[in-house]
Write a protein of this length. Structure first.
Lengths: 402, 402
């Protein structure tokens, strides 16, 4: 069976490597050998071991009847969207690592694949190498999944882990992440939570079988998190993680992205550095968690190639993924219940915090910043925000995962 | 579609509950409604909501053409083995939570199922509710899996967590686990590691596609682990977990079950109480870990029912599970490399431990037990055992996971 790769960057290069290095195992699992016939890229790669496969002409791939499976590893929407659509329309399965493409056009591309008896698969678009989409759809089939909460962005998790364990400043740790190549020069997509937002939108859509528009998801990044927040969190026996979550309560559906204090009773607590972890709660299985490398050349390529195997086993037969175009209206996140770490200027004795927040627990003070902190009882976000606004000298808050 | 349940104990009762409570979701995923027609048990259940489904006659199930899927939740080999064989021979798929049955007769039952175009599925036999068998076989298909290491027994993990966090004695914590119903009156299967051994035998067999005989796996339980071991482990920043592992190095294959010191850089470190965690290392994806409830009524039933859904989607079509009768000869575990925590009588200054174990690191002493402890450098188990035997006053050792 012949395959092609669109984009010979990090992930595309990894896909070529995985298909080549593990070809025997992959042939056994796919039922036949899978060989890369073309790699599309605008650049030349003189001396590269796959140099002879490089083409600059998309039409060569689109028009080659031998090519049954194409790996889209270009990223971005243009021209990935047009290319993917064209390939699916010609009956070729597409396996992608491109979360932007999936979050923006998932339902349409799944529909086109079904119409042409081929597959649009995207295991690598969430959680890098971690099997999460297939387990969610094919393994946890006995459960009603009422919550998914995950550390979905490796860059910010690396930064938060550094801040937690080494007490580094946000600015320093961002600089280091950029030097190491974990963060982009423009780090917005990671640190503002946009990347995590697209990923939780994909998981939520697959779970609800309808479209959760990522633009509707309340998204807060980590740019406001400081070492002082970590110091208070540590006093509570917790650390801080950027969490993308979706939650169903009765008929109501919620999704949000924000930094949360997390305790060591939560399996996400120990997910450090560039690793990702995705906790899924089912009404029967309780909590399960999937952990692994959420990014990186070979782990991400491993997930793309697992989709290639799946596509190869199902030539002529579209997958059962249900993801309808119909938009879900998310319910107001102010109805959700959390506890809150609150920082207040001045001394606790001069503050009326216990009057405003009954049952709040004092955490500690920080004379350098002339402030103290407390943790509230569990309450709805709406109630909390009203009280927070009413509290004199309130500086900031971070949510605490229940 | 009609199903039956063999054995109305904890798991069987859970299967009936899951199929009933989540029937809408399950019907969507399976493609049609699944209804329990019979529950086989020798007992009566007056007043039970499924009382009318109880039968004492296995033949009624075996001879009912309407019944396409049977859940075997009796446990043990007799009569589960004969019943399962008989059902598969009549073309009914069997979904089981019975690790003994799978470890002892897996390849034969898979073969019989294939001969009769039905399925023998056993997701619940390892890791309770955690999806592990299907992810291993259907998701991590791009990788050569070279290591699986898991906390596979919830009872011993509960006990070890108590000893670690609360400093409880082994005897006390065993008594408590028995009172809570986590441990049997005869706790041998759990505390001697036999249960973990069967489970790693199943995972190793599926990974190697041949039979790893559980009787060949070196198995050490937790009965010799004491609070003093935990105290030394804590000084190294580690805790102690009972690990079932299989490992492939080149052409050589190893498997063993033993307690290990584990550091917080290992994702299994945070797997506490009755939870299980299974870390899988692939040559491309690196390490992924699956976490969840390794036992319990509803989580285990969730896994059985996910197999029922799989069986329902594949009526008349046998699964692709490859598990050959051919026995694998495991290689000598003394070739494996670990570090070791060693406890020695007397004072470190009177001991020649640094001569025998070059590069060993002193951990601490325990005057109450008139002893001290050190950790060795990494070395093969064979080398270690020879040196340990040569060290004067050596008392005991615990392996350290690398």
């Amino acid at each position: 069976m012949k395959a092609a790769i669109l984009g010979y960057g990090t992930v595309g290069g990894g896909v070529a490597d995985v298909l080549y290095e593990n070809k025997e195992q992959i042939a056994v699992r796919a039922g036949e050998a899978i060989e890369v016939k073309y790699i599309l890229d605008i650049r030349e790669f003189p001396g590269d071991r796959f140099e002879s496969l490089i083409t600059h002409d998309f039409e060569q791939i689109a028009n080659d009847e031998e090519v049954k499976i194409v790996c889209e590893t270009m990223g971005g929407l243009k021209p990935a969207y047009d290319f993917t659509k064209r390939l699916l329309e010609s009956g070729k399965s597409v396996c992608t690592s491109n979360k932007e493409l999936v979050a923006a056009h998932g339902p349409e591309l799944i529909r086109i694949a079904k119409e042409h008896n081929c597959n649009f698969l995207f295991e690598a678009s969430v959680g890098g190498g971690i099997p999460i989409i297939r387990p969610l759809l094919s393994c946890l089939t006995a459960d009603r999944i009422d919550e998914i909460a995950g550390i979905l962005n490796g860059t910010t998790n690396y930064m938060l882990t550094k801040m937690d364990k080494e007490g580094c400043d946000y600015a320093d740790v961002l600089k280091e992440a950029q030097e190491k190549g974990y963060a982009e020069r423009n780090p917005e997509a990671d640190v503002e939570g946009y990347d995590a937002c697209r990923k939780i939108a994909i998981l939520a859509s697959l779970n609800y079988k309808k479209t959760v528009n990522y633009e509707q998801i309340y998204t807060e990044g980590i740019t406001a998190i400081s070492t002082a927040d970590f110091a208070y969190a540590a006093k509570c026996g917790k650390n801080i993680k950027l969490i993308g979550m979706c939650k169903e309560i009765g008929e109501k559906k919620y999704a949000m992205v924000a930094p949360f204090l997390i305790g060591d009773d939560n399996p996400l607590y120990g997910v450090n550095d560039v690793f990702n972890g995705i906790a899924v709660h089912g009404n029967m299985v309780d909590k399960v968690m999937f952990y692994g490398r959420g990014a990186g050349k070979l782990p991400t390529a491993s997930a793309v190639v697992s989709d290639v195997v799946e596509a190869a086993k199902n030539i002529g037969k579209a997958s059962e993924i249900v993801w309808d175009d119909e938009k879900i209206t998310l319910d107001d996140k102010n109805e959700l219940t959390f506890a809150y770490l609150v920082r207040v200027s001045g001394f606790e004795k001069d503050s009326d915090y216990k009057t405003v927040f009954e049952g709040a627990k004092y955490v500690g003070n920080n004379t350098a910043e002339d402030e103290f902190a407390f943790v509230t009882e569990a309450m709805t976000e709406g109630d909390f925000l009203a009280k927070f606004a009413a509290l004199a000298n309130a500086k900031k808050f971070v949510r605490v995962m229940m």
